[in-house]
Design a protein around this ligand. Structure first.
Ligand code: UDP
Ligand code: UDP
Length: 481
């Protein structure tokens, strides 16, 4: 990380705004919030508080919050006690995704519990997670505290979110969701629209639409994206073509990883997970890094095809396997998921390393041995690939990931296997197809060069005077005013 972000200082200049950050749930939201917290605190002299609801859904979130508080004592934790606003999720939303259920619990608690927290902290501004926007804005408004909304995914997805309520109103109830032509951006095919949005009664859809409608009532919008990578979406959001009357849009990405929050090697060595050592032993640009993010498991048959594909591609690989949605439930052995034979063959020869543990992905993506990232295209993963200049073979599985995969391909950061299935589609992508595409991507020097150009553009955006640096400074001025 940059020297500015590494300074741990409890000194906050007089008159600096006190910004309260309110993330929702899951590492995909918490990670960009902690990056924003450190950028504002250490980089822009703001006083920062982080609203947390313990216990978190995953243990990765708990460890991350503990690391933040230990490394940055100036950042305060404001505990939102969900026990004071109980709701019976299992009977209302049986079988729903535990992260979405936590969003819902926070949304119901906010009208009662957020006001006292903000007032008690003497907040000068609130930054609410997009998943909490429609419930947080009225609370802040009542206290005359400006409320900003932080969108943790791509600007293109943000444009779809902002436009979606208008789209629904235009097509009318009872019609399926077709292609969505976002004004000023481009047409998002129906097959790329997040699965849940095809069902109007889905818990996620209800939240998505309510939050989308609330955007015009916020005081400003932050997005972890940068202009050069998504010019259409950033300009359309700012210019009023997506939705007229949106507040200022601050494109502040890619927010920089914080070296102090990296998990150290101790826990990994206990689990025999020595990926750092293993990577150090590999030749430059020889390794395929494979990960589908922190919160989704591949179905068993798809996992077997991927294993066979990686074995057949002939390249070295580091594969982070997830066996369950929530890490606390992920007790099974790797050999149960993948079979002893596969593990013996690839790990025995030292050609591959397969792990179920947490790896520090942004560190992996900066390692000289890594040449290609087979990714689900969760937006944080995309921003980390962009900052590292690592080409992406995009295999979106869920939610906003196909929209993000399109961004990856358009920006020249990688290729998207558009015909490959995602959750809810029957087809299993076969080992031969996977091996073939990995081999092609590993040999694609032009793609590697384009990815390096994206890295340069990302680093210009966040450097002093860059578009994202200026946007963050402008946001801080708004909080001070
Ligand atoms: N900016 C932005 N969204 C806006 C307005 C501004 O991201 O709606 C960024 C933009 O990158 C611009 C910088 O903030 O270059 C400074 O803008 P401005 O001078 O309007 O900020 P102010 O000084 O008014 O706070
Ligand atoms: N991550 C990591 N190690 C892991 C799994 C995930 O560091 O073993 C990080 C990853 O670098 C990213 C975040 O967790 O910052 C996951 O967010 P993303 O938006 O990519 O995907 P999600 O997990 O939300 O699907």
């Amino acid at each position: 990380s940059s020297p500015a972000l590494s300074t741990t200082s409890s000194h906050v200049p007089r008159g600096a705004p006190h910004v309260v950050l309110f993330p929702s749930a899951g590492m995909g939201h918490l990670v960009p919030f902690t990056r924003l917290a450190v950028a504002l605190s250490a980089g822009h002299g703001c006083d920062i508080s982080l609203v947390t609801a313990m216990p978190t859904v995953s243990s990765a979130e708990s460890r991350h919050i503990a690391a933040l508080c230990a490394a940055f004592p100036a950042i305060r934790q404001l505990d939102l006690d969900l026990r004071l606003a109980p709701f019976d999720a299992s009977s209302e939303f049986p079988g729903a995704d535990p992260f979405y259920v936590r969003y819902e619990a926070l949304r119901r608690a906010a009208p009662v519990l957020l006001g006292p927290l903000l007032a008690g902290a003497g907040a000068s501004a609130l930054v609410a997670d997009i998943a909490l926007a429609s419930v947080a804005i009225p609370v802040a408004r009542e206290l005359h505290v400006p409320c900003f909304v932080f969108f943790t995914a791509s600007a293109t997805m943000f444009s779809l979110k902002a436009y979606f309520p208008t789209y629904l109103d235009a097509v009318g109830a009872g019609h399926g969701v077709g292609d969505v032509d976002v004004p000023g951006v481009y047409r998002i095919p129906s097959s790329s629209v997040p699965q849940a949005l095809h069902d109007p009664d889905n818990i996620f859809t209800r939240q998505f639409v309510a939050n989308g409608r609330a955007l015009v009532t916020a005081d400003g919008l932050l997005v972890n994206a940068f202009h050069a990578m998504e010019p259409e979406a950033v300009e359309a959001l700012r210019g009023g073509s997506v939705v007229p009357g949106l507040p200022p849009v601050f494109a502040v990405g890619p927010l920089m990883p914080v070296s102090e929050l990296r998990e150290t090697g101790e826990a990994e060595q206990e689990q025999g997970n020595c990926y750092r050592e293993w990577l150090d032993e590999q030749p430059p640009r020889s390794v395929v890094y494979v990960s589908f993010g922190s919160r989704k498991a591949l179905p068993k048959d798809q996992m077997n095809e991927l294993a066979a594909g990686l074995e057949a591609c002939g390249h070295r690989f580091l594969w982070v396997v997830k066996g369950a949605v929530v890490d606390r439930d992920d007790a099974g052995e790797l050999s149960d998921l993948l079979g002893e034979g596969f593990l013996r063959r690839v790990q025995g020869q030292g050609r591959g390393l397969v792990t179920k543990s947490w790896v520090e992905q942004e560190e992996v993506l900066r390692h000289p041995a890594v040449a290609l990232f087979v990714s689900h295209c969760g937006w944080n993963s995309v921003t980390e690939a962009a900052s590292g200049g690592v080409p992406v073979l995009a295999w979106p599985r869920f939610a906003d990931q196909r929209v993000n995969a399109r961004v990856v391909a358009r920006a020249g950061l990688g290729v998207w296997a558009e015909q490959w299935s995602w959750e809810g589609e029957e087809a299993v992508v076969r080992a031969e197809e996977i091996a073939e595409l990995v081999m092609e991507a590993m040999g694609d020097d032009a793609m590697a060069e384009k990815a390096a150009n994206v890295r340069e553009a990302a680093s210009r955006a966040v450097a002093d005077g860059g578009t994202s640096y200026q946007s963050l400074a402008a946001f801080v001025r708004r909080c001070t005013a």
